[in-house]
Design a protein around this ligand. Structure first.
Ligand SMILES: Cc1ncc(COP(=O)(O)O)c(C=O)c1O
Length: 352
């Protein structure tokens, strides 16, 4: 607290990211990073971009990257917005597109950054409960809405909403922007970006942090009708002209040119997820079906907070949210098979 703060600062409740531990040798299954490194082609592009040109500002429009993303998704450059991680893209979307007289709707169990942005931009919002199976039911979003946002697959549940349901929502809410946050879509779902040409109210947000193993490079993007993209550009250019540096533009662009590596690493994560889910069910956990690079699970006989603390003592960190409805669940990122085995071994000991 300080008398020098702008009044709004007193009201903010900032987002708390998962721990990035300083200790070595921990099995880190708490922030949904990819256990495999980025493509060698990305590393080569970063190496090549590490030169004297770093004295110059980067392209403020990051056209090279926008073109790579547009080509990859069968769209045009004017359908693409890029930013410093999808968190920044989302922040601009909240400011540019989600503040209206009617409330913004999002699920009660969802990405916990959404209410934080609402606080920052003073957006009126209403949370819509997931059903008892922790699924989004689009019929619940058909009432009065200024705009709608949800992750698909949802976080932290991992549950996937079929594309047909998203299309139904877009049809029923033609006057509301619908943002689909697809941070985890590459691990098991179909992107809504195929609907963009038909629905001018759809904005799809994706990241290179998860399926493309580039959380450390901070690159995210949005796909949508050029008028939605223009709104994002206006906000971005009123905030920071150069959110992506030269290295980020080079590395991220190269990622879209190595489809084989991308597919192979997603497939490995998916296979490990299915193996881990089965092993946890054997231990008595209820594991939600996941289309993401994490699982969301609870044990009927063991307190989730105590399990998370016990796992940490065994050198394994997972995420436990002390939030209504989910405080008995753990969110566990998919690691390598060896890391998943270490988790299962620690759970064996703890559940004895
Ligand atoms: C649902 C969801 N959206 C967006 C993000 C932000 O990802 P990034 O800023 O690394 O692109 C995350 C990160 O965990 C997430 O879980």
């Amino acid at each position: 607290m300080s008398r020098f703060w702008s009044p709004i600062v007193h009201t903010l409740t900032p987002y708390v990211p998962g721990e990035q531990p300083k200790l070595q040798n921990l099995v880190k299954l708490n922030t949904n990073e990819n256990p495999y490194g980025p493509s060698p082609k990305v590393l080569a592009a970063l190496h090549d971009a590490n030169n004297d040109a770093l004295r110059l500002y980067p392209d403020p429009n990051a056209d090279q990257l926008k073109d790579a993303i547009a080509t990859y998704h069968g769209l045009k450059r004017e359908h693409v917005f890029v930013g410093n991680g999808s968190d920044e893209v989302l922040a601009h979307a909240f400011c540019a597109l989600l503040k209206h007289d009617k409330p913004l709707l999002f699920p009660d169990i969802s990405y916990s950054f959404y209410p934080v942005y609402c606080g920052l931009y003073q957006i009126d919002y209403r949370t819509v409960p997931l059903n008892d199976a922790f699924e989004i039911d689009v019929a619940d979003y058909e009432g009065d809405a200024g705009a709608i946002i949800f992750p698909n697959p949802n976080a932290p549940t991992g549950r996937l909403l079929p594309l047909a349901d998203i299309e139904r929502l877009l049809q029923r809410q033609p006057d509301a922007v619908v943002v689909v946050d697809e941070a985890y879509i590459d691990f098991g779902g179909d992107s809504a970006c195929t609907l963009i040409e038909r629905y001018p109210n759809l904005l799809v947000v994706q990241t290179l942090s998860k399926s493309r193993s580039l959380a450390g490079l901070r690159v995210g993007f949005a796909l949508g009708h050029p008028q939605l993209i223009e709104a994002l550009e206006r906000v971005k250019n009123s905030f920071n002209s150069y959110p992506l540096d030269r290295l980020a533009i080079a590395g991220a662009s190269a990622s879209f040119a190595d489809e084989a590596y991308f597919r192979a690493s997603c497939d490995k994560v998916i296979a490990s997820r299915e193996k881990l889910s089965a092993a946890m069910r054997e231990l008595g956990f209820d594991v939600l079906p996941s289309a993401a690079n994490f699982v969301f699970a609870r044990h009927p006989q063991h307190d989730a907070g105590q399990l998370a603390a016990g796992l940490r003592e065994h050198g394994v960190i997972v995420r436990h949210f002390k939030a209504p409805r989910i405080d008995q669940h753990l969110r566990i990122s998919i690691g390598t098979d060896a890391e998943c085995d270490a988790l299962i071994a620690a759970l064996h000991t703890l559940l004895r």
